[in-house]
Design a protein around this ligand. Structure first.
Ligand SMILES: [Zn+2]
Length: 192
């Protein structure tokens, strides 16, 4: 019988784990049933939040791993659920400003600039290398999660950090990710 995934507690700022660089994973770690269980737990925890991304440090595990799923949010992505182990960007270009929230910084949003397009190389949960292009909401989500692995929160970079007031801001703040109110209208809340 497969183990049942369970919710993990999401830690909040100023927890020290959120502020330190996470450790690179050894590919053999992915053979560990407990690590596979943790990945399942991260998805369950992310969906319940709800969020579109969740990084291991947010459940107090300092490993370079995050999960993303935007299929609910934006049908055109059709990418999720995705697991990124030891991710790195091979391309970062352009610039876009949007507002973001974070599951580890409840009730707040802020404005910040991100790259408009990134290409990310990572291992999947089976240790297989893959590459994915991220633009728009997906691209910003990848950057938000990558920052978590480096011990950086969006509030370390953002301008105009404020309590979420509007309905849209509330959604951004409560879903961990980001949202873009300044963008082109078809970009919605990203919470990660
Ligand atoms: Zn976050």
């Amino acid at each position: 019988m497969d183990p049942v995934p369970y919710f993990r507690a999401i830690i909040n700022e100023p927890h020290p784990t959120l502020h330190k660089a996470a450790k690179k994973m050894r590919p053999e770690e992915l053979l560990d049933a407990l690590v596979q269980q943790m990945i399942d737990d991260m998805f369950v925890t992310m969906y319940a939040a709800p969020g579109i991304g969740l990084a291991a440090p947010q459940i107090n595990v300092s490993k370079r791993l995050f999960v993303v799923d935007l299929t609910e949010e934006r049908e055109e992505y059709r990418l999720g659920p995705l697991v990124f182990v030891n991710p790195r960007f091979t391309v970062r270009e352009g610039e876009v400003e949007s507002n973001e929230g974070c599951l580890s910084v409840p009730g707040k949003v802020g404005d910040l600039k991100r790259y408009e397009r990134v290409v990310c190389v990572a291992l999947d949960r089976n240790g297989k290398r893959f590459e994915v292009e991220g633009k728009g909401l997906f691209g910003r989500c990848l950057q938000h999660e990558m920052d978590h692995l480096d011990g950086t929160l969006y509030i370390d970079k953002a301008q105009n950090i404020r309590a979420a007031v509007t309905a849209e801001e509330e959604e951004t703040a409560s879903t961990e990710g980001e949202s873009t109110s300044s963008g082109d209208g078809d970009e919605a809340a990203l919470s990660a």
